[in-house]
Design a protein around this ligand. Structure first.
Ligand code: ADP
Ligand code: MG
Length: 590
């Protein structure tokens, strides 16, 4: 028999999507869900029928106690619940489990208390300090932490609504900040402005038995303090980024949860990446998180599946990605509207622009639109999201391009990297680039110089960062004592194809052995570190072999390769027929 279990999902009037997706996961396991939220049509209530849903606020103690009287387990989709009410549940209903624990929720819902608590465990944080909502205190905080200064409301802050970036210390600027942050009615604190190069997030899951696992680190891109885009897994931008970064981010996030907070369930850990490759924790959410939506389509078990499994004491699911890459775009309300003006047969939401985005997603391979069933659209309100999956970061970015403006979509990362020791090798390596460009336009590639002997440090960072940048195959051309392909292969798990270059033929200098020197050098790799070697100067075959390697799991590339082979065959057929018509003697004179 399925466990008799109800979940308390408390929902703010501006939210409800996390509870909705959690309820969807619960429905697959016959887990009964009871939702506490205002109104009968709250997003989570829409998708799971129950006569026991409760109409009320997550800050209403009586309603929370009423809900607790009907359930075995309570959980939250938002941290701003009435924690005193949860403590009262403990006394009134000692058999009801609450995950995460009320003490964790209490610590986390006050961002300043959360940071103070984390600092006890030497978790990396930027400088911060309490500040009274008065001009003098704020001026003093500027004195201590500098400008710009991030002023934050300690409680009830989400989607950037509790943040104010103070850029000047004149009285007008300070009074605008105070007005924005509750006109003195809210407790504030100040953070030193963090000059981050990227924002990351890691979803951490803790089971009832204390097991802690994590999802791959993702990159989050915020606009006006609201998350717009998520790229999963995080791609390293340049060869100077630490190749260990994805694993380091997971480690830092897991440690923060292990050391800092009790209770089972999912925790969303937001982080800043600094120029020097160090990480700072920004904030932690004691629940599934916006930047983990992608896990529904992209991971073996979603964050919602795992939150349920964790709080019910069931085996945790695998957090591994089951696709090469994913992107997630939040669909934000474009205007204030409550009824659809769409003239199309089906209208998905009260917002015309959202209808358009949804149609676009429905006609894009790998794209899954999620709409949250909110009857009212407001500018900036989270109305839904679109997850796009693909075999590689390049494919996902290509598929996402119609949804997000060029400013928000970076150029695709290369799948194939063509490197050579010297620009004198370029004429030999150029055919590799040309054949990719001509016959395989969907395969992005890069061409660059990396010298095993003259730039050994660049060689090391190139090889170590390649996989993290999304590269799938490296083609390395080298002449003479051709160490480049082998050295690269010794520092990355990616396949490397070596092209022996006849350096004499291209530069008029070099080895002078017709490329045989480079050929033996690349071919005779020691056991354990293979390099695929093509014929001397045959970079074309290296490119074709690289496409064949990445076509594993990408049937359309196999089709493209077969079309290419057919074109080669057609060309020979054409020559046979011309030779037949003109006679071999005439043909041979051409
Ligand atoms: P919310 O609870 O609304 O998500 P956050 O504290 O996470 O609030 O802030 C939202 C966004 O504001 C962050 O994702 C980041 O882009 C920016 N931000 C927050 N704190 C800082 C800071 N100290 N320095 C620079 N930018 C910040
Ligand atoms: Mg945040």
């Amino acid at each position: 028999m399925a466990p008799k279990c109800y979940l308390f999902i408390s929902i703010m009037s501006s939210g409800g999507q996390l509870g909705r997706m959690l309820a969807a996961s619960a429905s697959l396991l016959n887990v009964q869900v009871n939702v506490l939220d205002v109104g009968a049509d709250a997003p989570a209530k829409q998708i799971i029928a129950s006569s026991s849903h409760i109409d009320g606020s997550f800050r209403d103690k009586e309603k929370i106690l009423e809900l607790a009287s009907k359930v075995d387990v309570l959980t939250v989709e938002i941290e701003h619940v009435d924690v005193d009410a949860l403590e009262a549940v403990r006394i009134a209903h000692p058999n009801v489990q609450i995950h995460p624990t009320p003490s964790t929720i209490r610590l986390i819902q006050d961002k300043f208390a959360q940071k103070q608590h984390l600092s006890l465990f030497a978790i990396p944080l930027g400088p911060f300090q309490a500040v009274e909502p008065t001009p003098d205190a704020i001026a003093q905080a500027v004195n201590d932490l500098g400008l710009p200064l991030m002023l934050k409301s300690r409680t009830m802050a989400y989607d950037g609504r509790g943040n104010y970036a103070l850029h000047a210390v004149d009285s007008q600027s300070i009074s605008s900040a105070i007005d924005f942050l509750g006109s003195g009615s809210r407790q504030l604190y100040a953070e030193k402005w963090v000059l981050f190069v990227k924002e990351l997030a890691v979803m951490v899951v803790r089971g009832i038995d204390g097991t802690v696992i994590s999802y791959p680190a993702v990159e989050t891109i915020h606009k006006d303090n609201i998350c717009h885009l998520v790229w999963a897994p995080i791609r390293l931008g340049g060869i100077n980024e630490d190749p260990e970064l994805p694993r380091k981010a997971e480690r830092v996030a897991r440690e923060a949860i292990e050391k800092g907070f009790e209770g089972a369930g999912v925790f969303g850990v937001e982080m800043f990446l600094l120029e020097d490759n160090s990480l700072l924790i920004n904030e932690i959410a004691p629940r599934p998180h916006n930047s983990g939506h992608y896990t529904i389509e992209a991971c073996e078990s979603s964050q919602y599946d795992n939150h349920l499994r964790a709080i019910l004491g069931l085996p945790l699911g695998s957090t591994r990605m089951k696709v090469g890459a994913a992107g997630m775009l939040n669909i934000l309300g474009s205007s204030n509207s409550s009824s659809s003006m769409s003239s199309s047969l089906v209208s998905f939401s009260p917002d015309l622009l959202i209808d358009k985005l949804t149609y676009l997603a429905l006609s894009t391979p790998g794209a899954s639109p999620h709409l949250y069933g909110k009857a009212q659209s407001r500018k900036g309100r989270k109305m839904g999201h679109i997850t796009v999956v693909g075999s590689s970061d390049a494919e996902v970015r290509q598929r996402m391009a119609p949804f997000s403006s060029p400013a928000r979509t970076l150029p695709p990362h290369p799948l194939i990297s063509i490197i050579m020791g010297s620009d004198s090798d370029l004429p030999t390596m150029l055919p590799a680039a040309q054949i990719l460009q001509k016959h395989f336009p969907s395969v992005p590639f890069e061409v660059t110089l990396v010298s095993a002997h003259r730039t050994p440090l660049r060689l090391m960072s190139f090889a170590k960062s390649a996989a993290g940048r999304g590269v799938k195959v490296i083609i390395a051309g080298a002449g003479g004592a051709a160490h480049l392909p082998g050295m690269v292969a010794s520092m990355t798990g990616l396949p490397v194809v070596g092209v022996p270059v006849d350096s004499k033929s291209v530069s008029g200098g070099g080895g002078g052995l017709g490329g045989v020197d480079a050929m033996w050098s690349i071919l005779q790799m020691p056991r354990g570190i293979p390099v695929a070697t093509v014929a001397i100067n045959n970079s074309t075959n290296a490119a074709l072999l690289a496409v064949r390697i990445i076509s594993v799991g990408q049937p359309h590339l196999i089709t493209q390769m077969e079309e290419y082979l057919n074109r080669l065959g057609d060309e020979v057929e054409r020559k046979i027929s011309v030779m037949g018509e003109t006679g071999w003697g005439e043909y041979g004179k051409k």
